[in-house]
Ligand binder design. Structure first.
Ligand code: ADP
Length: 237
């Protein structure tokens, strides 16, 4: 197992955001994390990315507790939820993908990544002029140049059209087939059903974690989950 989370509990002053959450991710897995607004997905991501170290429980990446060393961060890539650059941000797509790389970066490899993500024709454009879906693919490229073993992605909630979303999904599938482990939070149950081989349903506690086939073939479980999510949703609004 390359990710082992055990008894993870996160408290904010007024609220228990994660309550005794435990799950593991194996090498090559494609995990879909689903949950309504306020379920604790961002809190979980913050912990995994080392941004929130005030948690109870253990969180191990590649066998080591992440509080002890930040080295694991070099082996994971993160794609944020809504990366929006202001329109005139003075950097091209290629600049953004190159950010953080040394002078000796392999231009051929970067071109390959831009092509795989269907953004090679946009390489010279200003990042802020791109659509949400295109910017999202730039962020995936930026993560891939570091050759990550695990890719963590927060699915955009708004601003991405159907076509870009489908392209995004086919790219995720391809990356997973290449051997990259994927941890992906999504609002799209159908897409999780189609893409992920494991699913974690989060709603402060883990409502379900296991093979996605087991979850989606159990109509009662899916219905129970959807109802619980809707109720939670209504509380929020
Ligand atoms: P999600 O990403 O699933 O929408 P979050 O992790 O953002 O869920 O939020 C989980 C709960 O914790 C929510 O009730 C939210 O209001 C609360 N919360 C999130 N971040 C903070 C914070 N920094 N301080 C206090 N409460 C927070």
């Amino acid at each position: 197992m390359i990710v082992e989370i055990s008894g993870l509990t996160v408290r904010y002053p007024e609220i228990l955001a994660l309550d005794n959450v435990s799950f593991e991710v194996g090498k090559g897995d494609f995990l879909g994390i689903i949950g309504p607004n306020g379920a604790g997905k961002s809190t979980l991501f913050d912990v995994m990315l080392g941004l929130n170290t005030k948690y109870e429980g253990t969180v191990k990446f590649f066998g080591s507790e992440i509080r002890k060393s930040r080295k694991y961060l070099g082996r994971i890539g993160y794609v944020p939820q809504n990366p929006v650059f202001e329109r005139n941000f003075p950097a091209t797509v290629r600049d953004v993908v190159h950010m953080g790389l040394g002078k000796n970066s392999d231009a051929g490899r970067i071109d390959g990544i831009l092509q795989q993500l269907w953004i090679h024709e946009l390489a010279g454009r200003r990042i802020g002029e791109l659509s949400g879906g295109q910017q999202q693919r730039v962020f995936i490229a930026k993560a891939l140049v570091h050759d990550p073993e695990i890719l963590i992605l927060d699915e955009p909630v708004t601003g991405v059209d159907r076509q870009s979303t489908d392209l995004f999904y086919s790219i995720l599938r391809e990356l997973n087939l290449q051997g990259i482990t994927i941890i992906w939070s999504s609002h799209d149950l159908d897409a999780v059903n189609k893409l992920a081989n494991h699913v974690a349903c989060l709603n402060r506690t883990l409502f379900f974690h296991g093979e996605s086939e087991e979850f989606f073939s159990d109509d009662k479980l899916v219905k129970q989950y959807s109802e619980a999510s809707m109720q939670e949703h209504m509380h929020q609004h």
